[in-house]
Design a binder for this molecule. Structure first.
Ligand SMILES: Nc1ncnc2c1ncn2[C@@H]1O[C@H](COP(=O)(O)OP(=O)(O)O)[C@@H](O)[C@H]1O
Ligand SMILES: N[C@@H](CCOP(=O)(O)O)C(=O)O
Length: 317
């Protein structure tokens, strides 16, 4: 459930009156998502998404995210830019929260992507990277490699409450990954950094939208593909690797943007880093989200199992 801030109809009508979008017809809270409050808003002129940014999105980062979406939209990619009001303002305040009215995109996110769907989604990621090559703004990745040790330390020995031995297991993997992590020599650009299946909208085998850019930041370009590979190529609990989906992702991406030999060689390491990142953020949330909170906690062990898979791989052919 992701509606943390309730918006009364009167306040929403007054908000919409700033825009040329017609009048309010209906507004429904969207259950999916964990970070922000999202509403599906219908007006006399169309359908929109209203997002109110909650604690985890820093309002100071919104101009970067909205600039990135405008950049991709201007190049014809299917992403949802924020609508500007009559004064040209996209980032507003509603019910005390930063808020944007966002273009609605059709499509559904998949729970069990097929190889053909994975291939199309990875092609869309490569097209996004090509389009971002001249995006001029930087944002350090707040969930990037330098955040993993501090996050591990904040979880501390409480990790063993999730699974006995988890503190030692993740600590040893973190040492190996941080020692080997490439600091130079890899192409960097603005990346999505969270392109899970729930952040790709599709109709059949066609990608209709990439959404949820709120972790976008400057980082190693192929790390973005590694995040995607770790999110798409396993069953939900991370125990079974679906090679046909994993191979399709690499094929789709490389149909637009071939990997250089050093990128292929480092792929299992980059994917291990992606797994540590999501294992730790999920573990932190697991340990710090009250059991009666509205939001569903995601299983950190599903990423620990994926981590073990990538650490066993020496390289992807
Ligand atoms: N532009 C959009 N067009 C259509 N649906 C959207 C759009 N943005 C978000 N959604 C819907 O809202 C849900 C939650 O959005 P998301 O950005 O993933 O939230 P959160 O940042 O809270 O994780 C998505 O799964 C999708 O169903
Ligand atoms: N994809 C991350 C959590 C971030 O959630 P999102 O709804 O903003 O994509 C995970 O699965 O741990």
């Amino acid at each position: 459930m992701a509606v943390y801030t309730q918006v009364p109809a009167e306040a929403l009508s007054a908000f919409l009156a700033r825009y040329d979008v017609g009048e309010l017809v209906s507004a429904k809270g969207i259950a999916e998502g964990v970070e922000n409050s999202n509403y599906l808003v219908d007006t006399t002129r169309g359908r929109f998404i209203l997002t109110l940014y909650e604690k985890r999105v820093d309002a100071g980062d919104l101009p970067y995210f909205m600039g990135l979406l405008d950049h991709l939209d201007a190049k014809g990619l299917s992403v949802p830019p924020a609508i500007k009001d009559r004064e040209g303002i996209a980032i507003q305040t509603l019910e005390g929260r930063p808020a944007c009215l966002i273009k609605f995109l059709s499509g559904v996110s998949l729970s069990h992507p097929t190889p053909a769907q994975a291939e199309a989604a990875a092609r869309a990621m490569a097209d996004m990277h090509i389009a971002l090559a001249d995006f001029p703004h930087d944002r350090p990745n707040s969930m990037g490699v330098d955040s993993w040790r501090p996050l591990f330390q904040r979880c501390g020995h409480s990790l063993d409450q999730i699974a006995p031995g988890l503190y030692d297991d993740l600590g040893a993997a973190l040492d190996r990954i941080l020692t080997a992590w490439p600091r130079t020599g890899f192409d960097r650009c603005a990346i999505h950094a969270d392109l899970f299946p729930d952040n790709v909208l599709m109709l059949g085998d066609r990608v209709t939208g990439l959404i949820d850019f709120y972790f976008a930041s400057t980082d190693i370009r192929i790390y973005d593909l590694a995040v995607m590979h770790s999110a798409w190529s396993f069953d939900a609990c991370g125990a079974t690797y679906h090679a046909e989906v994993g191979d399709a992702l690499l094929r789709g991406y490389q149909s637009r943007f071939p990997l250089a030999p050093h990128e292929t060689a480092a792929f299992p390491l980059l994917a291990s880093g992606a797994c540590i990142r999501f294992a730790l953020s999920r573990a932190f949330d697991w340990l710090n989200t009250p059991a009666d909170a509205l939001v569903t906690r995601k299983d950190p062990l599903a990423y620990v199992r994926r981590l073990h898979h990538y650490e066993r791989m020496s390289r992807i052919a």
